[in-house]
Design a protein around this ligand. Structure first.
Ligand SMILES: [Zn+2]
Length: 276
């Protein structure tokens, strides 16, 4: 499932093809996503110039001239691909094609169709129902231990569960929450409201470090054009604990290695010795 680094890598990959460009054609093969695609979707975005491609949490924000903003969420399995030459024939999961005036094709593929597209107005973007209660951007100035503690409040729910909540911090999902908690040495089971200033500062720094390194890894895939499929935002990344049950955890001498537990229906990977 794409999290902040994958969405940011997608944004960086698409941006050069979209900034200042108009969409010449938009082809909708299927509009049955988490929410049905707006009826006037293709007409609304065709022939309008794109000022900027932004991001908020896990949402891509297509800013069009005139104040229209398209919010795009990749859901569980959505990905964008870029074809500068003739594109391959679309598969069953290639639902949307966006063709720029320079003839570059951007294709949206989403096998599980949990993605989402919605329109907003730039002037009231922050008040849009999908964005208004969203927590702080972890990579922007002002995100620190104090900001994190304010969002966690006095909650008794497990720290892992709280960090997955987009109202606490924007953009985190299962992978980067597991990695950040490991790096900060904090137990996923600890009550979210139990962090003192020092531990909260350590966790905020761990989140920033983990996300920053993942975005760097994603950036190198853009430079190398590593994806012959044209797909953006997915890359091999070495994780310390995520999906590594039973393997030794780096920098730790525990005998059993990385463990897995179920929290809120999701797998948490952690080390009980290192994480308290
Ligand atoms: Zn360990």
């Amino acid at each position: 499932m794409p999290e902040l680094p994958e969405v940011e890598t997608t944004r960086r990959g698409l941006h050069p093809y979209l900034e200042g460009q108009r969409l010449a054609r938009v082809h909708v093969r299927c509009g049955a996503f988490r929410r049905p695609l707006p009826a006037d979707f293709a007409e609304s975005v065709t022939a309008r110039r794109i000022r900027e491609l932004g991001r908020r949490g896990k949402y891509l924000l297509w800013h069009f001239e005139g104040g229209l903003v398209l919010l795009q969420h990749l859901g569980m399995s959505g990905r964008m691909a870029v074809f500068e030459g003739p594109p391959p024939a679309p598969s069953a999961h290639d639902h949307l094609d966006f063709e720029t005036e320079k003839g570059v094709l951007l294709r949206y593929r989403d096998p599980r169709r949990f993605g989402l597209f919605a329109f907003a107005e730039a002037a009231s973007l922050a008040a849009h129902p999908l964005l208004k209660a969203m927590g702080p951007e972890p990579l922007e100035a002002g995100f620190d231990g104090a900001a994190l503690r304010a969002r966690l409040g006095a909650s008794r729910r497990p720290l892992k569960t709280a960090l997955l909540d987009q109202h606490v911090v924007a953009g985190l999902g299962n992978i980067y929450v597991c990695e950040s908690l490991y790096e900060a040495g904090l137990s996923p089971n600890r009550p979210a409201g139990s962090l003192g200033p020092k531990r909260a500062a350590k966790l905020a720094a761990a989140i920033q470090g983990v996300l920053g390194r993942a975005i760097e890894a994603g950036g190198s895939t853009l430079r190398d054009h590593a994806q012959p499929s044209g797909e953006l935002g997915y890359f091999q990344h070495r994780f310390a604990v995520y999906d590594r049950e039973g393997q030794p955890c780096p920098g730790c001498d525990c005998a059993r290695g990385v463990r897995r537990l179920r929290q809120g229906g999701r797998s948490t990977f952690y080390c009980p010795k290192r994480q308290r």
